[in-house]
Design a binder for this molecule. Sequence first.
Ligand SMILES: [Zn+2]
Length: 158
Amino acid sequence: MRGQRYELVQFHFHHPAEERINGQSFPMVIHMVHRSAAGELAVVALLVEVGEANPIVNHLWSRLPFLPGQTSQLASNLFSLTDLLPNDKSYFVFTGSLTTPPCTENVLWLVMQQPITLSTAQVATFGQVYPLNSRPLQPVNNRLIQASQPVNAVAASF
Ligand SMILES: [Zn+2]
């Protein structure tokens, strides 16, 4: 992205989503946190809408801790996280902050324009453990939100 290589550090979920597109809210979002060698952060946000069950999320939920803060182990060869990405790789990009303390600034945010789907049951399963783990919507202020170029030009940058 922008001439920098970012490696995935961790990913996590919020219920409900912390982003809106044209005022539309979403039941969940997946944040994939990436870091460059220079320590710069880039987060890819995958918005979730209710629809078909997601097979990768089934793998994840099979090990979902029952209590917030608990951890569990997952085999790394079960699936590829890139398979979570929507078919349409268009995204919105802007500079913001991490949404949890220390709320680090100058984070590059890439919000995929096409939501992925989880089933009603998959959303409800997460919601039982984390009824509300989102930061309230933040004002846009004077920040520039850009839409990505046509998909084919963008795919290579992922
Ligand atoms: Zn997050």
